[in-house]
Design a protein around this ligand. Sequence first.
Ligand SMILES: [Zn+2]
Length: 663
Amino acid sequence: MPPTRPGSSPKTGGGVGIPNSSFLTPHSVSVRYHRHVNKRTFSHLAVVGVVGFLSLAFACQSGGPPEVRADRVVMVSYDSLGADLAWRWISDETVSSPDGLAGMAQHGFSAERLRMVDPTLTAVNHISLAAGRDAAGTGVVGNSFHKPDTLITDWVSGFTASSDAETLWTAARRNGLRVGTLVWPGGDAGAVDRIGDFGAVWPGPPLASSELVELDPGTAETTGEVPSNDGLAPLLWRQVINLGSAAPNDQELLIALVDADPNGRPRYDTVAVRLADEDDWGYVGEMEWLEIDFEARAGDDLRPHLYGSWCKVLHIDRFTGALRFYRGEVNRLHAYPDAFEDRLTEAIGPWPGEPDRAVGDWWLDLSQGVDLDTFIEQGERLNRYIDRMTEWVLAEEDADLILAYHSPLDVYLHASLITDELQWAYSPGRALAAREGLKRMGRSIDRSVASLWGALEPERDALVVVSDHGQIPIFEVVRPNRALADAGLVRVVDEDGRSRVAPDTPMVAVAGGALIHLYLNLAGREPGGVVTMAEAPELLRRAARVLADLEAEDQPAVEKIYTRGEAAAIGLDHPSSGDLVVFLAPGFAAAGGLDGPALGPSRYYGQHGFLASHDEMFGVLFARGAGIKKKRFGEVEATAVAPMIARWLGFELGDPPETTIDR
Ligand SMILES: [Zn+2]
């Protein structure tokens, strides 16, 4: 279907939405104090109005959200679980656990779909789910974005940004409740308002990346430490895992291949593995996993930690002894406070890592990268790990509210939403494999829901299942900074052989998924800003035209362009929003870098960040337990979730103290 392009065509005029002057409101260039106060007061009033309206809509609908009192609430988010996908899984019985998603729908209350806030990005919507405000109300306007009064080349991550509006974890603690945040986006423990009483945080880059190694029998030594049969001497290889600046700065892994079966036929069939400084070998067969654990202290660790790497024997040539071995990335659990981290690591082990994006190489060439089975098994493992974390917390910690987050479905869909012949990796067979793999991810989520339900007490606890958006297939990547640089609107410098956006650029695009915030480098707003107020309208008009003209396969890349002021219509008119807010059309995704052409085929296949009005961007809402009656709602706003949970636990979400002081 050709995507619609409401008013974004420069040829038809008018629709691009660059008004003559209104895109720069007067208070956005007044002195800082007044602008801050004006803006905050305005956005607060606007947000109160919107939230009030939405709550009313929810309340009018079939009697409103259930009025229950819960001793404990667990809210779990499955990233990228779209409403249509979840309901399809329930109706076609892809998911069938009695206490899984179908059980939630059958015994609890559910929404046909959860209307997410714009932009439909992970950090944005997890903060909105926790704060009950849209992006203009939280100030978390993207997975990354630029803040006014900072250098144009300074961007912040939405995953480590504080919300302007109070979150559930802060409000609950203010009311004397104990809160655990289990890798919930935005709960990064980086500030007093981004922390619970205890929790786990997203671990960041691994200590060592994963590695696929082809072990050649011609280079093997042998060893007498492991038994082998039928006259085959063990083959032995030594692999060094480089740990960079950590102490120790590497680990040596011994990998042996033997014939474990004394059946008279000399065939290699089993791999033995140990670390060089340990004594015991672990044994695994082909397609089996093993975990390697060791203590290390990374450069930014304050103390040694237990690190782990999940490894898999991918292929054994039984005759020649050639071995294909996957050494998973090296990770640890990051949790707070330290004593909690120690106990949790002891109970569930190191962080196992996400599904390996090297599956992207496999989709293009089945002899390369990480195969789909391995990729899915990694996703199942991480889902199960978060479940064990949540179950352990429920059993061991005195918690009133737990927020838990699962990323594997999101990783799966980005890498493997292969449905369309325009996509690079598409073939009917690959689309089928991707579809079948997706069902496995659905069953993994279903088992997760069932296990959480099993860990709760139905009479007094409530389980709430949500998500942050779905995904849409993409075939083309847009590099807005490259397109704008080609048009002379973004200034580029060469730094160590790499192209970078120059500090004196007139503008820059900060991209995430299908969303682009385009910021002017405005004199008086950005330090060192180079664009005057008089030049601004024309520059924005030119930038909008450049972006609106991008197309591939006869489809325009851009669906809609808003000025910041116009973005009030979608709850995105925050001072940190772009001077232009650009939404790409289904089929396209944006990349912020300059390392490629303005348009090119995508090497990954699913994305989000599209306008929340697209059916695929709706998320899910299910709740069960604590006296919740069975009820089916139609469409519910994502911003209604946090106030509902607060009421169940007996408190109200309020304003953060700093807002009060500002006034
Ligand atoms: Zn997400």
